[in-house]
Design a protein around this ligand. Structure first.
Ligand code: CDP
Length: 239
């Protein structure tokens, strides 16, 4: 049985992706990434001396992520300021990115990663991770590889990739399951797996396979944006 998606996408089809590096001139590194109508920007500042002092780690620098939805990014205006949801997403984003960066050369410092969602049509945490990984690379932070992320899901009984809002809200049959994941690009290692909803254990290997090949496609888009920036720095807004 093939799944019918409201916008006609195939089960393993990602919405059109766009990516650009160097979009926030005053940041040390920055990037935007979009999945269809979900648009994320990320700006990186640092490494810089970390205050308060008790948070410093003398053997390495640390990452500190702040994720937020802008008030008008969602259908019903979101009250500005942190929420339980934004704190959770900031933390899981930090954990998804941390294995890719190498901050041992920068003891007692912090690298701040600010992620803002300009427009939300679901899958915002994964769009934010993709933008942030590119922004870290743009800032020249030493990295083992990029991080590429996508949300798989289940519509009733069918697995899909890149869940949009209408799919996330799908309520017929078994309903919808959201399965956001991040992968160290080009490697056999996941750095984030979350599950909101239900999935039968026998479907998990197939879902992970779909996530892996979708992450490869995301990686290609991220690499191209970084390469375009290197070849034509003025094409973005500069660093
Ligand atoms: O965005 P993501 O899928 O990573 O996280 P979520 O918490 O599952 O949110 C799913 C979607 O719900 C978001 O992408 C938004 O489109 C929407 N949302 C909203 O409309 N208003 C909020 N205050 C929070 C989320």
């Amino acid at each position: 049985m093939t799944v019918k998606r409201h916008d006609g996408r195939k089960a393993d089809e990602i919405r059109p992706m766009t990516a650009k590096v160097g979009v926030v001139p005053n940041a040390d590194g920055s990037a935007m990434f979009s999945f269809g109508k979900t648009v994320a920007i990320a700006a990186v500042y640092g490494p810089r001396h970390l205050h308060p002092q008790f948070m410093q780690n003398p053997s390495t620098g640390i990452l500190r992520v702040n994720y937020d939805l802008l008030s008008f990014s969602v259908a019903e205006r979101k009250k500005p300021g942190p929420s339980r949801r934004s704190k959770e997403i900031s933390k899981v984003t930090e954990w998804a990115l941390a294995p890719a960066v190498n901050l041992e050369e920068f003891p007692n410092t912090v690298v701040d990663v600010e992620i803002y969602i300009l427009q939300a049509d679901a899958s915002t945490r994964v769009a934010g991770i993709n933008a942030a990984a590119m922004a870290l690379a743009h800032a020249g932070i030493p990295m083992k590889t990029l991080v590429s992320a996508v949300a798989a899901g289940k519509l009733d009984k069918e697995l899909i990739v890149d869940v949009d809002k209408e799919e996330e809200d799908f309520r017929e049959g078994e309903g919808a399951t959201d399965f956001p994941a991040a992968k160290l690009s080009g490697r056999d290692e996941f750095s984030l797996l979350q599950l909101d909803g239900k999935i039968q254990p026998e479907l998990v290997p197939k879902a992970l396979e779909m996530i892996s090949s979708a992450c490869e496609k995301v990686y290609e888009v991220q690499k191209k944006a970084l390469k375009d920036f290197i070849e034509n720095p003025e094409g973005g807004n500069g660093k």
